[in-house]
Design a protein around this ligand. Sequence first.
Ligand SMILES: C[S@@+](CC[C@H](N)C(=O)[O-])C[C@H]1O[C@@H](n2cnc3c(N)ncnc32)[C@H](O)[C@@H]1O
Length: 243
Amino acid sequence: MSDEESATKREQAQRVREMFAAIATRYDLLNHLLSGNIDQRWRRLVVKTMAANLTATGARVLDVACGTGDLSLALAGGMKARVIGVDFCRPMLDVAAVKAAERGLAIPFVEGDALKLPFRDQSFDGVSIAFGLRNLASFESGLNELFRILRPGGTVAVLEFSTPRMPILRSLFRVYFTKLLPLLGGLISGSKSAYEYLPDSVSRFPDQGSLAALLQQAGFSEVTFQNLTGGIAALHTGKRPNL
Ligand SMILES: C[S@@+](CC[C@H](N)C(=O)[O-])C[C@H]1O[C@@H](n2cnc3c(N)ncnc32)[C@H](O)[C@@H]1O
């Protein structure tokens, strides 16, 4: 990568971090409001899938780009795993830490970059990333990092917005995402740009089949995906092959 390209990627990451810092205290409210709370159902499915794959008590799970910690909390509460959340935006982590304390859950929330995770190779049994991959400066490098920290036989779960299967739903989704959501999100959060960025990032993100191919390229095996709510979101899972 040229110096110019890496400077552009650094600036992009900085913009993303500042954007989430600006909306951190209103993120949860907006998330649940704008998704009609469906996002919580999607996260529960991640927990169910992880729990089915990681049956040993005390499995170590890293929730990458954990934000305000909704998935980390659901994983820690739902499958008795030892969960760590990591994100590069301190104000989002601060909200997560308060929520964990309120529920009596001891989850370390660590500041770190998903493209350079502060963890050793093969140190987790499971790794999740929910609505985070789309924000990374490189999807490929992000997936390589998830692969690196996962032990052989470990499970990856990627929850992201995706491409609705039915043309009518695709059109409705596009109108909602490009017109209504920036308007409502901007009004409630006070940050119009954050909610204009959302449809942009979703439109740049690979569809179900392409994301499955990227996971395979990163080295994951047994890659499958499940469409959620008609493909508005998708849950991709895979395994780091045993040696
Ligand atoms: C849409 S939020 C998702 C938060 C949470 N996973 C959820 O399900 O609500 C995206 C999160 O990704 C984080 N993020 C974006 N790029 C990152 C990076 N390079 N390293 C770590 N976190 C990153 C942001 O700070 C933000 O908290």
